[in-house]
Write a protein that binds this ligand. Sequence first.
Ligand SMILES: *Cc1c(COP(=O)(O)O)cnc(C)c1O
Length: 424
Amino acid sequence: MRYINIAHPEQDVNFAEALVLGLGHKQGLFFPERLEPFAAIQDLLDMDFVQRSTAILEYLVEPAMPVDELQASVTAAFNFPLQLKQVSDHVYAMELFHGPSLAFKDFGARFMAECLARISVEKRVTILTATSGDTGAAVAQAFFGQPGIEVVVLYPQGMVTPLQEKMFCTLGGNIRTIAIEDDFDACQKLVKQSFDDLQLVESIGLNSANSINVARLLAQVCYYFEAVARLPRGTEPVFCVPSGNFGNVTAGLLAHALGLPVKRMIAATNRNDTVPRFLASGRWDPKPTVATLTNAMDISLPNNFPRVLDLGDRHGLPLQNLLQSVAISDDETLDAVRLLDSQGYLSDPHSALAWKALSDELSVDETGVFMCTAHPAKFRETLEEALNRPVPLPDELLAVADKEVLSAVMPADFDLLRNFLLNN
Ligand SMILES: *Cc1c(COP(=O)(O)O)cnc(C)c1O
Protein backbone atom coordinates (compact mmCIF):
# COMPACT_ATOMS: atom_id res chain seq x y z
CA MET A 1 0.00 0.00 0.00
CA ARG A 2 1.21 3.48 -0.83
CA TYR A 3 0.21 6.38 1.37
CA ILE A 4 -0.35 9.76 -0.16
CA ASN A 5 -0.26 13.13 1.51
CA ILE A 6 -3.86 14.14 0.91
CA ALA A 7 -3.05 17.84 0.96
CA HIS A 8 -0.07 17.40 -1.43
CA PRO A 9 -0.63 14.19 -3.40
CA GLU A 10 2.74 14.45 -5.15
CA GLN A 11 4.22 13.12 -1.88
CA ASP A 12 3.64 9.40 -1.66
CA VAL A 13 5.38 7.05 0.74
CA ASN A 14 5.17 3.49 2.02
CA PHE A 15 3.82 2.53 5.44
CA ALA A 16 7.23 2.63 7.14
CA GLU A 17 7.82 6.19 5.99
CA ALA A 18 4.32 7.31 6.92
CA LEU A 19 4.82 5.76 10.35
CA VAL A 20 8.16 7.42 11.00
CA LEU A 21 7.29 10.79 9.47
CA GLY A 22 3.90 11.05 11.16
CA LEU A 23 2.90 14.09 9.17
CA GLY A 24 3.54 14.88 5.50
CA HIS A 25 4.82 18.08 3.86
CA LYS A 26 3.02 21.22 4.91
CA GLN A 27 1.07 19.41 7.64
CA GLY A 28 -0.66 17.11 5.16
CA LEU A 29 -2.07 13.81 6.43
CA PHE A 30 -1.05 10.44 5.00
CA PHE A 31 -3.81 8.14 3.84
CA PRO A 32 -4.02 4.96 1.73
CA GLU A 33 -3.77 5.70 -1.95
CA ARG A 34 -6.33 3.17 -3.14
CA LEU A 35 -8.56 0.78 -1.21
CA GLU A 36 -9.94 -2.47 -2.59
CA PRO A 37 -12.63 -4.31 -0.64
CA PHE A 38 -11.64 -7.81 0.53
CA ALA A 39 -13.25 -10.44 -1.66
CA ALA A 40 -14.08 -13.07 0.95
CA ILE A 41 -15.44 -11.04 3.85
CA GLN A 42 -17.14 -13.96 5.58
CA ASP A 43 -13.91 -15.97 5.57
CA LEU A 44 -12.22 -13.00 7.16
CA LEU A 45 -14.97 -12.65 9.75
CA ASP A 46 -14.64 -16.33 10.62
CA MET A 47 -11.00 -15.91 11.68
CA ASP A 48 -9.95 -15.13 15.24
CA PHE A 49 -9.09 -11.54 16.15
CA VAL A 50 -5.30 -11.72 15.83
CA GLN A 51 -5.35 -13.80 12.65
CA ARG A 52 -7.93 -11.53 10.99
CA SER A 53 -6.23 -8.32 12.15
CA THR A 54 -2.94 -9.57 10.73
CA ALA A 55 -4.61 -10.28 7.38
CA ILE A 56 -6.21 -6.83 7.25
CA LEU A 57 -3.06 -5.03 8.31
CA GLU A 58 -0.93 -7.05 5.91
CA TYR A 59 -2.88 -5.52 3.04
CA LEU A 60 -2.44 -2.05 4.55
CA VAL A 61 1.26 -2.17 5.49
CA GLU A 62 2.88 -4.42 2.88
CA PRO A 63 5.69 -4.45 1.89
CA ALA A 64 7.01 -2.38 4.79
CA MET A 65 6.98 -5.28 7.25
CA PRO A 66 7.40 -9.05 6.78
CA VAL A 67 4.20 -10.87 7.73
CA ASP A 68 5.76 -12.76 10.66
CA GLU A 69 6.92 -9.45 12.16
CA LEU A 70 3.48 -8.01 11.58
CA GLN A 71 1.84 -10.97 13.25
CA ALA A 72 4.18 -10.60 16.22
CA SER A 73 3.32 -6.88 16.42
CA VAL A 74 -0.40 -7.56 16.32
CA THR A 75 -0.14 -10.33 18.91
CA ALA A 76 1.84 -8.14 21.29
CA ALA A 77 -0.23 -4.98 20.72
CA PHE A 78 -3.69 -6.53 20.96
CA ASN A 79 -3.02 -8.69 24.00
CA PHE A 80 -6.09 -7.63 25.98
CA PRO A 81 -9.75 -8.60 25.66
CA LEU A 82 -12.51 -6.90 23.69
CA GLN A 83 -16.09 -7.32 24.76
CA LEU A 84 -19.34 -6.96 22.89
CA LYS A 85 -22.24 -6.74 25.33
CA GLN A 86 -25.91 -6.69 24.47
CA VAL A 87 -27.53 -3.74 26.23
CA SER A 88 -31.06 -4.03 24.84
CA ASP A 89 -32.88 -5.80 22.00
CA HIS A 90 -30.98 -4.34 19.06
CA VAL A 91 -28.27 -2.38 20.83
CA TYR A 92 -24.78 -3.57 21.68
CA ALA A 93 -21.87 -1.99 23.56
CA MET A 94 -18.44 -2.62 22.02
CA GLU A 95 -16.05 -2.27 24.94
CA LEU A 96 -12.66 -1.14 23.73
CA PHE A 97 -11.26 -0.14 27.11
CA HIS A 98 -9.83 -3.33 28.57
CA GLY A 99 -6.21 -2.48 27.72
CA PRO A 100 -3.55 -1.15 30.11
CA SER A 101 -4.64 2.50 30.00
CA LEU A 102 -8.37 1.66 30.11
CA ALA A 103 -9.22 3.60 26.94
CA PHE A 104 -9.58 2.55 23.30
CA LYS A 105 -6.45 4.53 22.46
CA ASP A 106 -4.46 1.47 23.58
CA PHE A 107 -5.17 -0.21 20.22
CA GLY A 108 -3.58 2.50 18.13
CA ALA A 109 -0.81 3.45 20.53
CA ARG A 110 0.31 -0.12 21.17
CA PHE A 111 0.29 -1.10 17.50
CA MET A 112 2.22 2.02 16.61
CA ALA A 113 4.77 1.30 19.34
CA GLU A 114 5.29 -2.27 18.11
CA CYS A 115 5.75 -1.11 14.52
CA LEU A 116 8.18 1.66 15.43
CA ALA A 117 10.26 -0.67 17.56
CA ARG A 118 10.58 -3.05 14.58
CA ILE A 119 10.92 -0.54 11.77
CA SER A 120 13.24 2.16 13.04
CA VAL A 121 15.67 0.10 15.06
CA GLU A 122 18.92 1.90 14.28
CA LYS A 123 17.70 5.44 14.74
CA ARG A 124 17.02 7.12 18.03
CA VAL A 125 13.34 7.98 18.27
CA THR A 126 11.77 10.50 20.62
CA ILE A 127 8.02 10.48 20.83
CA LEU A 128 6.74 13.88 21.87
CA THR A 129 3.07 14.18 22.57
CA ALA A 130 0.65 16.51 24.30
CA THR A 131 -2.29 15.09 26.18
CA SER A 132 -5.42 16.20 27.90
CA GLY A 133 -5.54 12.78 29.61
CA ASP A 134 -6.14 9.56 27.70
CA THR A 135 -3.58 9.75 24.90
CA GLY A 136 -0.73 10.30 27.37
CA ALA A 137 -1.57 7.17 29.30
CA ALA A 138 -2.02 5.00 26.21
CA VAL A 139 1.22 6.23 24.64
CA ALA A 140 3.25 5.99 27.85
CA GLN A 141 2.08 2.46 28.60
CA ALA A 142 2.58 1.37 24.99
CA PHE A 143 6.17 2.59 24.70
CA PHE A 144 7.27 1.83 28.26
CA GLY A 145 10.46 -0.24 28.14
CA GLN A 146 10.73 -0.20 24.31
CA PRO A 147 14.46 -0.12 23.52
CA GLY A 148 15.70 2.91 21.57
CA ILE A 149 12.53 4.92 22.11
CA GLU A 150 12.24 7.90 24.43
CA VAL A 151 8.83 9.31 25.26
CA VAL A 152 8.09 12.83 26.47
CA VAL A 153 4.50 13.68 27.38
CA LEU A 154 3.35 17.24 28.01
CA TYR A 155 0.16 17.87 29.92
CA PRO A 156 -1.52 20.89 31.47
CA GLN A 157 -0.67 21.00 35.16
CA GLY A 158 -3.71 20.45 37.36
CA MET A 159 -6.05 19.84 34.43
CA VAL A 160 -5.97 16.08 34.19
CA THR A 161 -7.67 14.06 36.90
CA PRO A 162 -5.36 12.78 39.68
CA LEU A 163 -5.90 9.19 38.54
CA GLN A 164 -5.23 10.03 34.92
CA GLU A 165 -1.95 11.64 36.02
CA LYS A 166 -0.96 8.54 38.01
CA MET A 167 -1.51 6.38 34.93
CA PHE A 168 1.24 7.96 32.89
CA CYS A 169 3.46 9.98 35.23
CA THR A 170 4.60 7.21 37.55
CA LEU A 171 6.33 4.85 35.12
CA GLY A 172 9.86 6.31 34.94
CA GLY A 173 12.44 4.63 32.68
CA ASN A 174 12.06 5.82 29.09
CA ILE A 175 8.87 7.72 29.87
CA ARG A 176 9.30 11.34 30.90
CA THR A 177 6.39 13.60 31.68
CA ILE A 178 6.26 17.36 32.01
CA ALA A 179 3.48 19.25 33.74
CA ILE A 180 3.21 22.50 31.80
CA GLU A 181 2.05 25.49 33.81
CA ASP A 182 -0.56 26.39 31.25
CA ASP A 183 -3.49 24.83 29.35
CA PHE A 184 -3.73 22.04 26.77
CA ASP A 185 -3.53 24.43 23.83
CA ALA A 186 -0.19 25.68 25.15
CA CYS A 187 1.06 22.07 25.33
CA GLN A 188 -0.03 21.38 21.79
CA LYS A 189 1.64 24.57 20.63
CA LEU A 190 4.94 23.50 22.23
CA VAL A 191 4.72 20.20 20.34
CA LYS A 192 4.11 22.02 17.05
CA GLN A 193 7.01 24.40 17.72
CA SER A 194 9.26 21.41 18.34
CA PHE A 195 8.29 19.86 14.99
CA ASP A 196 9.01 23.15 13.25
CA ASP A 197 12.56 23.12 14.64
CA LEU A 198 14.19 20.91 12.01
CA GLN A 199 17.51 20.75 13.84
CA LEU A 200 15.75 19.43 16.92
CA VAL A 201 13.69 16.98 14.86
CA GLU A 202 16.83 15.59 13.28
CA SER A 203 18.99 15.37 16.39
CA ILE A 204 16.53 13.50 18.60
CA GLY A 205 14.47 11.72 15.92
CA LEU A 206 11.28 13.47 16.85
CA ASN A 207 8.02 11.64 16.14
CA SER A 208 4.47 12.24 17.16
CA ALA A 209 2.07 9.64 18.49
CA ASN A 210 -1.21 11.46 18.20
CA SER A 211 -3.97 10.37 15.90
CA ILE A 212 -2.43 12.09 12.89
CA ASN A 213 -0.16 9.04 12.68
CA VAL A 214 -1.83 6.72 10.23
CA ALA A 215 -0.58 3.62 12.08
CA ARG A 216 -3.00 4.35 14.88
CA LEU A 217 -5.94 4.49 12.53
CA LEU A 218 -5.03 1.25 10.81
CA ALA A 219 -5.02 -0.58 14.13
CA GLN A 220 -8.48 0.75 14.90
CA VAL A 221 -9.93 -0.69 11.68
CA CYS A 222 -9.48 -4.15 13.22
CA TYR A 223 -11.99 -3.81 16.03
CA TYR A 224 -14.80 -2.81 13.67
CA PHE A 225 -14.33 -6.17 11.95
CA GLU A 226 -14.31 -7.86 15.36
CA ALA A 227 -17.60 -6.22 16.31
CA VAL A 228 -19.31 -7.48 13.14
CA ALA A 229 -17.74 -10.92 13.61
CA ARG A 230 -19.36 -11.17 17.03
CA LEU A 231 -22.81 -10.02 15.97
CA PRO A 232 -25.36 -12.53 14.67
CA ARG A 233 -24.25 -13.67 11.19
CA GLY A 234 -25.38 -11.36 8.40
CA THR A 235 -25.92 -8.28 10.56
CA GLU A 236 -25.16 -4.95 8.92
CA PRO A 237 -24.88 -2.70 11.96
CA VAL A 238 -25.15 1.02 12.53
CA PHE A 239 -22.06 2.14 14.44
CA CYS A 240 -22.15 5.12 16.74
CA VAL A 241 -18.81 6.61 17.77
CA PRO A 242 -18.11 9.28 20.41
CA SER A 243 -15.96 11.65 18.39
CA GLY A 244 -13.35 14.32 19.08
CA ASN A 245 -10.55 14.26 16.53
CA PHE A 246 -12.60 11.87 14.34
CA GLY A 247 -9.89 9.21 14.20
CA ASN A 248 -12.19 6.47 15.44
CA VAL A 249 -14.91 7.34 12.91
CA THR A 250 -12.31 7.43 10.13
CA ALA A 251 -11.22 3.90 11.08
CA GLY A 252 -14.84 2.68 10.87
CA LEU A 253 -15.29 4.22 7.44
CA LEU A 254 -11.99 2.70 6.36
CA ALA A 255 -13.24 -0.70 7.50
CA HIS A 256 -16.31 -0.21 5.34
CA ALA A 257 -14.16 0.79 2.37
CA LEU A 258 -12.39 -2.56 2.87
CA GLY A 259 -15.72 -4.34 2.51
CA LEU A 260 -17.00 -4.59 6.08
CA PRO A 261 -20.82 -4.57 6.09
CA VAL A 262 -21.83 -1.31 7.79
CA LYS A 263 -25.29 0.21 7.37
CA ARG A 264 -24.13 3.66 8.41
CA MET A 265 -21.95 5.49 10.91
CA ILE A 266 -23.06 8.08 13.44
CA ALA A 267 -20.38 10.42 14.74
CA ALA A 268 -21.63 11.75 18.06
CA THR A 269 -20.06 14.91 19.41
CA ASN A 270 -20.60 17.04 22.48
CA ARG A 271 -21.33 20.77 22.24
CA ASN A 272 -18.14 21.14 20.21
CA ASP A 273 -20.22 20.50 17.12
CA THR A 274 -18.20 21.74 14.14
CA VAL A 275 -18.90 18.56 12.16
CA PRO A 276 -22.66 18.19 12.82
CA ARG A 277 -23.08 21.81 11.74
CA PHE A 278 -20.87 21.25 8.71
CA LEU A 279 -22.84 18.20 7.55
CA ALA A 280 -26.10 20.09 8.00
CA SER A 281 -25.10 23.35 6.33
CA GLY A 282 -22.03 22.64 4.21
CA ARG A 283 -20.19 25.41 6.06
CA TRP A 284 -17.00 24.77 8.00
CA ASP A 285 -17.38 27.19 10.84
CA PRO A 286 -15.50 26.12 13.99
CA LYS A 287 -16.34 27.95 17.18
CA PRO A 288 -14.10 28.32 20.24
CA THR A 289 -13.78 25.03 22.11
CA VAL A 290 -15.95 24.73 25.21
CA ALA A 291 -15.34 22.46 28.21
CA THR A 292 -17.80 19.59 28.66
CA LEU A 293 -18.16 16.42 30.74
CA THR A 294 -16.77 14.44 27.83
CA ASN A 295 -13.42 16.20 27.89
CA ALA A 296 -11.64 13.79 25.53
CA MET A 297 -13.96 15.19 22.85
CA ASP A 298 -13.52 18.89 23.60
CA ILE A 299 -12.17 19.64 20.15
CA SER A 300 -13.55 22.06 17.60
CA LEU A 301 -10.90 21.47 14.92
CA PRO A 302 -11.04 17.68 14.43
CA ASN A 303 -7.70 16.90 12.85
CA ASN A 304 -8.79 13.71 11.07
CA PHE A 305 -11.68 15.26 9.22
CA PRO A 306 -9.71 15.74 5.96
CA ARG A 307 -9.36 11.95 5.91
CA VAL A 308 -13.12 11.52 6.22
CA LEU A 309 -13.62 13.86 3.27
CA ASP A 310 -10.94 12.02 1.32
CA LEU A 311 -12.88 8.78 1.78
CA GLY A 312 -15.77 10.48 0.04
CA ASP A 313 -13.88 12.45 -2.61
CA ARG A 314 -11.17 10.08 -3.71
CA HIS A 315 -12.31 6.66 -2.49
CA GLY A 316 -15.91 7.13 -3.48
CA LEU A 317 -17.66 6.31 -0.20
CA PRO A 318 -21.23 7.69 -0.30
CA LEU A 319 -20.75 9.87 2.78
CA GLN A 320 -24.12 11.56 2.34
CA ASN A 321 -25.93 8.33 3.19
CA LEU A 322 -23.21 6.71 5.19
CA LEU A 323 -22.15 9.34 7.69
CA GLN A 324 -24.34 11.24 10.05
CA SER A 325 -23.24 13.46 12.93
CA VAL A 326 -25.19 14.65 15.94
CA ALA A 327 -24.34 16.78 18.97
CA ILE A 328 -25.39 15.76 22.48
CA SER A 329 -25.46 18.12 25.47
CA ASP A 330 -24.00 17.49 28.93
CA ASP A 331 -27.48 17.17 30.40
CA GLU A 332 -28.43 14.56 27.84
CA THR A 333 -25.16 12.75 28.55
CA LEU A 334 -25.88 12.62 32.29
CA ASP A 335 -29.41 11.39 31.62
CA ALA A 336 -27.97 8.73 29.36
CA VAL A 337 -25.55 7.62 32.09
CA ARG A 338 -28.50 7.26 34.50
CA LEU A 339 -30.77 5.50 32.01
CA LEU A 340 -28.10 3.03 30.99
CA ASP A 341 -27.30 2.40 34.63
CA SER A 342 -30.97 1.68 35.35
CA GLN A 343 -30.78 -0.94 32.59
CA GLY A 344 -27.82 -2.52 34.35
CA TYR A 345 -25.04 -1.02 32.23
CA LEU A 346 -22.48 1.30 33.82
CA SER A 347 -20.99 3.53 31.15
CA ASP A 348 -18.43 6.30 31.08
CA PRO A 349 -19.82 9.65 29.84
CA HIS A 350 -18.24 9.41 26.37
CA SER A 351 -19.76 6.01 25.68
CA ALA A 352 -23.10 7.07 27.17
CA LEU A 353 -23.15 10.05 24.83
CA ALA A 354 -22.74 7.67 21.89
CA TRP A 355 -25.51 5.43 23.21
CA LYS A 356 -27.82 8.44 23.43
CA ALA A 357 -27.12 9.49 19.83
CA LEU A 358 -27.58 5.89 18.66
CA SER A 359 -30.87 5.49 20.54
CA ASP A 360 -32.17 8.70 18.97
CA GLU A 361 -31.27 7.71 15.43
CA LEU A 362 -31.74 3.93 15.26
CA SER A 363 -34.80 2.61 13.39
CA VAL A 364 -36.70 -0.40 14.71
CA ASP A 365 -35.38 -2.70 11.99
CA GLU A 366 -31.72 -1.81 12.59
CA THR A 367 -29.02 -3.17 14.89
CA GLY A 368 -26.79 -0.62 16.56
CA VAL A 369 -23.36 -0.80 18.17
CA PHE A 370 -22.00 2.06 20.25
CA MET A 371 -18.27 2.26 20.76
CA CYS A 372 -17.28 2.37 24.44
CA THR A 373 -14.07 4.32 24.52
CA ALA A 374 -13.15 4.54 28.21
CA HIS A 375 -13.57 2.46 31.33
CA PRO A 376 -16.24 4.00 33.60
CA ALA A 377 -13.82 4.28 36.53
CA LYS A 378 -11.67 6.72 34.56
CA PHE A 379 -14.51 9.20 34.88
CA ARG A 380 -15.49 8.14 38.34
CA GLU A 381 -16.12 11.66 39.71
CA THR A 382 -18.74 12.42 37.07
CA LEU A 383 -20.43 9.05 37.47
CA GLU A 384 -20.53 9.19 41.26
CA GLU A 385 -22.18 12.56 41.07
CA ALA A 386 -24.68 11.46 38.44
CA LEU A 387 -25.55 8.17 40.12
CA ASN A 388 -25.11 9.13 43.73
CA ARG A 389 -23.17 6.03 44.66
CA PRO A 390 -19.52 4.99 44.75
CA VAL A 391 -17.90 3.60 41.58
CA PRO A 392 -15.25 0.96 42.36
CA LEU A 393 -11.75 1.21 40.92
CA PRO A 394 -10.41 -1.64 38.78
CA ASP A 395 -7.03 -3.21 39.60
CA GLU A 396 -5.18 -1.13 36.99
CA LEU A 397 -6.17 2.07 38.76
CA LEU A 398 -5.75 0.70 42.29
CA ALA A 399 -2.22 -0.33 41.36
CA VAL A 400 -1.14 3.22 40.49
CA ALA A 401 -3.18 5.13 43.08
CA ASP A 402 -0.34 5.27 45.62
CA LYS A 403 2.58 5.69 43.23
CA GLU A 404 4.67 8.83 43.13
CA VAL A 405 4.21 11.32 40.27
CA LEU A 406 7.63 11.76 38.62
CA SER A 407 6.85 14.70 36.35
CA ALA A 408 9.03 17.72 35.79
CA VAL A 409 7.23 21.05 36.02
CA MET A 410 7.87 23.74 33.44
CA PRO A 411 6.36 27.00 32.22
CA ALA A 412 5.14 26.97 28.62
CA ASP A 413 8.51 28.11 27.26
CA PHE A 414 9.87 26.54 24.09
CA ASP A 415 13.55 27.21 24.85
CA LEU A 416 13.27 25.41 28.17
CA LEU A 417 11.57 22.46 26.50
CA ARG A 418 14.18 22.40 23.74
CA ASN A 419 16.99 22.21 26.31
CA PHE A 420 15.16 19.49 28.17
CA LEU A 421 14.75 17.44 25.00
CA LEU A 422 18.36 17.90 23.88
CA ASN A 423 19.96 17.24 27.25
CA ASN A 424 18.01 14.32 28.63
C1 LIG B 1 -9.88 10.19 22.35
C2 LIG B 1 -11.22 9.85 22.89
C3 LIG B 1 -12.40 10.01 22.13
C4 LIG B 1 -12.41 10.65 20.76
O1 LIG B 1 -11.85 9.82 19.78
P1 LIG B 1 -11.43 10.45 18.35
O2 LIG B 1 -10.80 9.31 17.63
O3 LIG B 1 -10.46 11.55 18.65
O4 LIG B 1 -12.67 10.95 17.70
C5 LIG B 1 -13.61 9.58 22.67
N1 LIG B 1 -13.65 9.05 23.92
C6 LIG B 1 -12.56 8.90 24.68
C7 LIG B 1 -12.72 8.34 26.05
C8 LIG B 1 -11.30 9.28 24.21
O5 LIG B 1 -10.22 9.13 24.98
